[in-house]
Design a protein around this ligand. Structure first.
Ligand code: PLP
Length: 422
């Protein structure tokens, strides 16, 4: 039974890979001299599997493994690894030249590409090692005094909460946690709940763009109301960036922290922080640096992981070539396919919304009666070598399936078959 499920998937996947191989050998290799070479693919024109299969030849996922845990860590395509290696090779061959070449590439190419992808200015963004580091920087950098209040939602990730707890105990900042139900009720409900906690002492509201469980918050609406009251908005975009197009200027928040090693598929250990020019008055440097062309005032000083940072350009180039609008459609298509299958199971409760305003495209959470979510993660890996995650938070015993564009409907069928039988 177990074997036949697996071999069914492998037969279908093998057929697809063969088709991809033929297409790949006819097509030329896509080359961008600045950012490396990816196997050729056309920009997909629909969200179906066939339109996306050519892109999959860029990944080196171990044979037999199916990866549906992108919300934890992305699966970088081969060109990203090549770019990182090329960077370290450059440093090994001629350390200072290699370093300077990478620094040049980062400031002249990677940062401008990052800034244009998210519609901010180049001096508003710095690279970080991850979202957690960016969240620490934005939280510790905000100018606050004892007794000032900050509004937080109960759905924040520990990475966003920890720096606030630090401000609470070190600086006497008062943290006001606002309960937000999961699933979300409506955009207006989320806005109302957060704004109702605001008092004359409130100096900031800190919240996710997309929660760990995939719920999507109305950033623009919250930021607009907060700005009118002179309150800063600090956003955790770790789960949002790379799943759909994001215009940070238009969102209107003051600071925005994100991972690049999740949905953007950049090397592990990459993220960014945006602090808007017009918002810098809210912040002071935790490092006491004067801003320069090399270091923004909020950029941690010292030698950096330049090869990783340079390879962020390769990842952005790869993602932009596909198109974030296309990725959003593809991720929605796969998530809806999964939800349709889950809907047929009487003992399953879907917790992710169909409403695009309330949910991210790629992460789906649900509960299955009498199935412990943590156990399910182990069962799926042992039975069919599928990687998923649990979401035992926000009062749930939920399973989280986070599908990126490289997943297929065949994989989802096998996932649903297996879920039905456990
Ligand atoms: C909502 C959210 N914020 C922050 C983080 C931390 O991200 P990073 O590992 O890049 O620090 C995560 C990681 O899963 C997350 O889901």
């Amino acid at each position: 039974m177990k074997e036949s499920r697996k071999s069914k998937l492998h037969r279908r996947e093998f057929f697809k890979k063969s088709v991809v191989g033929i297409i790949g050998s006819i097509g030329s290799i896509y080359a961008n001299t600045n950012f490396g070479v990816a196997n050729d693919f056309k920009r997909p024109s629909s969200p179906t599997d066939l339109d996306w299969s050519a892109i999959n030849s860029n990944f080196i996922l171990k044979n037999g493994v199916t990866y549906m845990n992108n919300a934890s860590l992305g699966m970088p395509p081969m060109i990203i690894n090549d770019a990182v290696k090329a960077g370290y090779d450059g440093i090994s061959k001629e350390p200072l030249h290699g370093k300077r070449k990478l620094q040049d590439k980062i400031s002249k190419k990677v940062i401008p590409l990052l800034a244009s992808t998210f519609n901010v200015k180049t001096d508003e963004v710095i690279l970080t090692r991850n979202a957690s580091e960016a969240l620490f920087l934005q939280t510790l950098g905000l100018v606050l005094k004892k007794g000032d209040e900050v509004v937080l939602s109960t759905q924040e990730h520990p990475a966003a909460l920890k720096p606030w707890m630090h401000r609470g105990s070190k600086d006497g900042v008062i943290l006001k946690y606002v309960f937000i139900p999961s699933p979300l009720v409506s955009k207006q409900d989320t806005v109302n709940r957060l704004m109702s906690a605001v008092s004359s002492k409130t100096k900031a509201i800190s919240f996710c763009h997309v929660t760990r469980g995939g719920h999507r918050y109305p950033v623009k609406e919250i930021a607009d109301l907060a700005r009118r009251k002179g309150i800063a908005t600090l956003v955790d975009g770790a789960q949002a960036v790379g799943q759909f197009p994001i215009d940070i200027k238009n969102l209107g928040c003051d600071a925005y922290s994100a991972s690049l090693h999740k949905w953007i598929l950049a090397p592990s250990g990459s993220g960014f922080l945006v602090v808007r020019d017009s918002s810098k008055r809210f912040f002071e440097s935790p490092f006491d640096l004067k801003a320069s062309t090399v270091n923004s005032f909020f950029d941690p000083p010292g030698t950096k992981d330049y090869p990783v940072r340079a390879a962020v350009g390769t990842a952005l180039n790869f993602i932009n070539r596909i198109g974030l609008d296309n990725i959003e459609k593809r991720c929605r298509y796969l998530s809806n396919y999964l939800k349709e299958g889950l809907k047929k199971m009487e003992d399953v409760k879907i917790l992710s919304s169909y409403n695009h305003d309330l949910s991210a495209p790629g992460s789906t959470i649900f509960e299955k009666k009498n199935l412990d979510a943590l156990d399910s993660v182990k069962i799926f890996e042992k039975e069919i070598n599928f990687h998923i995650d649990e979401h035992q938070r926000d009062g749930h015993n939920a399973i989280r399936v986070s599908t990126h564009f490289y997943n297929t409907t065949d994989q989802i069928d096998l996932f649903l078959d297996t879920l039905n039988s456990i």
